[in-house]
Design a protein around this ligand. Structure first.
Ligand SMILES: [Zn+2]
Length: 421
């Protein structure tokens, strides 16, 4: 790791630097040694880390990097060691962790040697089948989440050669690794324990931000199991944690704090939500009733910069209770346009609804403003003045969010309103 990245890692831990500084410091590909024969390669916070392990029979890689920066990872690894890649472990099937694999396949083909063996949890296969079935949807969702209009989700996902279910002991060239399955951000996740070094490679169970366990446009996440997996990791007492994204955390005490705090925040939300669910509460009552653990959420590695605790509470509700929120009007709702026209007629027109939305926005009541402006827009979709207010409301909503996902979704509708105003 270069000095700038090392200094920034420390400042990140102290909560004194933004992740953007770290991304700038590792741009182009940066290496962190975590053992004599183990390095972690970073290219950016956004794209997953890659761990490379030197063995007598070749390299073992844990993840492979992204379509976007996989070539930087490849170059950094090849600068470090030139032996063939023997085995690749996917920590899960997300594309920023798997898609770099094509470079190593191509390299093997070029040298006329066997392609790397890919090892992953069984559910990675199901994920890739789902990706094939939902290619258009994934392109839309990712394009919106990261504001990349016209984004095309990759296809040609490289399937694992060897799958496992619960735990898997992997021996390559004198190095022993333990692969352990858990569910968290995904249902196909693996974390890797390196007993010789006492290093834990967590995959996206740890991402230097509040867990991405409630993403509104993605398949169901598993907050309770996520906490459970983190407790298993904590019990291993690692000396270093290699997260899915962001810098390596060194030292047993810091590793423990990171794992314990992240588990605790998920346990708190889960236990509180479950208690209310068991009392028969509605989604709204659960959202209001669960207290977000402010002290944990203020930790530098748990700030809700990517996902939002409120989304995670929804995710937990959905996991246990299905999609019905407990409001009977939402079971078989009227079309939005009909409801909008009805209310507009009652109050004197769509312009009146929009005007009230603008006032609420000024008062900082962005949630309420969003309801009224959507009703106005549904009642009069061609009204440019209504769309102007709508753009303002969603700009205000986006500004009020801390999470990238919340900001991004509101911004999609702000841009939509701008084009119609
Ligand atoms: Zn990731």
């Amino acid at each position: 790791m270069n000095n700038a990245a090392m200094t920034i890692s420390e400042r990140l831990w102290q909560g004194e630097a933004p992740m953007e500084d770290w991304t700038a410091a590792v741009a182009g590909g940066s290496i962190t040694p975590v053992g004599e024969d183990v390095v972690v390669v970073h290219t950016s916070y956004v794209f997953g880390n890659v761990t490379a392990i030197r063995t007598a029979d070749g390299l073992v890689l844990i993840d492979t990097g992204s379509r976007e920066t996989g070539d930087q990872t490849f170059a950094a690894i090849r600068k470090w060691d030139d032996r063939p890649v023997h085995t690749v472990i996917y920590t899960h099937g997300h594309i920023d962790h798997t898609f770099g694999v094509h470079l190593y396949d191509a390299e093997a083909d070029q040298h006329g040697v066997p392609r790397p063996r890919i090892v992953a949890h069984r559910s990675v296969l199901e994920r890739f089948s789902r990706y094939d079935a939902t290619h258009g949807l994934n392109s839309v969702v990712m394009g919106r989440q990261f504001n990349m209009p016209g984004y095309a989700f990759p296809d040609q996902h490289r399937r694992p050669d060897q799958i496992y279910d619960d735990v898997f002991g992997l021996d390559v060239g004198g190095v022993h690794l333990e692969l352990i399955h858990g569910r968290g951000e995904t249902d196909d996740a693996t974390f890797v324990w390196m007993p010789q070094e006492r290093v834990l490679v967590s995959g996206d169970f740890i991402i230097w931000a509040f867990p991405n366990a409630g993403n509104p446009r993605k398949v169901q996440r598993h907050a309770p199991d996520w906490a459970h997996a983190l407790r298993k990791m904590e019990a291993l007492a690692p000396k270093a944690v290699v997260p899915g994204h962001g810098p390596v955390v060194f030292g047993a005490a810091r590793a423990k704090a990171l794992l314990d705090d992240t588990a605790s925040v998920l346990e708190s939300l889960t236990h509180q939500a479950l208690k209310l669910l068991n009392e028969g509460k509605t989604l709204e009552e659960v959202l209001v009733g669960v207290e977000q653990p402010a002290e944990l959420l203020a930790k530098p590695y748990l700030k809700p910069k990517y996902d939002d605790p409120e989304f995670v509470i929804r995710g937990i509700y959905h996991l246990y209770a299905g999609w019905f929120d407990g409001n009977p009007a939402h079971l078989k709702p009227a079309p939005a346009a009909e409801l909008g026209r009805e209310l507009a007629a009652l109050c004197g027109g769509a312009a009146v609804l929009a005007e009230r939305a603008a006032t609420l926005l000024k008062d900082g009541k962005t949630r309420l403003a969003a309801h009224l402006v959507e009703l106005a827009s549904a009642a009069a979709p061609e009204d440019a003045a209504v769309q102007r207010v709508r753009a303002d409301v969603y700009a205000g909503c986006a500004a009020a969010e801390t999470s990238l996902i919340g900001k991004a979704i509101f911004s999609v509708y702000r841009r939509d309103a701008e084009t119609r105003s």
